[in-house]
Unconditional design. Sequence first.
Length: 186
Amino acid sequence: MPVKAANDDPEKARRFRDAALPHLDDAYTLARYLLRDPVDAEDAVQECYLRALKHFDSYRGPAMKPWLFAILRNVCRAEFARRASTPTAPIDDVPEEAEQTPLWHDAQQTPEAQMLRRWDSTTIRRLVAALAEPFRETFVLREIHDLSYREIAEIVGAPVGTVMSRLARARAMLRSAWMAEEEHPK
């Protein structure tokens, strides 16, 4: 009996597209924060979606986003292991497109406001990137992707209390780093 490939089932492919594609940008954002490289992030998201499609029949959860993020996290960890001997880019290197994409939008568009917003956005991205991996990952999942503590706990495979603790520590570290940045700007 021949094995049926995932692309042989148009209904499965349609359901997968409907469920997973709305989370593509969020998956890419998470991969960028985890891998710190846009090309590696694109590759990781592509691998994540291929694995998710392959195992879509086994998906039983109510929320697609945490399931995809758990797969993406595993793909990113495999990438970390693969390039463990390769040095990563310095944390101070903020991608050019990150400087052009603020984390929030203000109504006022004066040149001064644009300059401050760009500086704040760049600084925040650099400070988040400087966090140790478990704190950065938890912070991004909660504050950028707005996942619940329970969803984050499922993704990272840690108790909810650990997630809450990591998030509190990440916020405290960011607050301290921001204050230090304000006192001694680079």
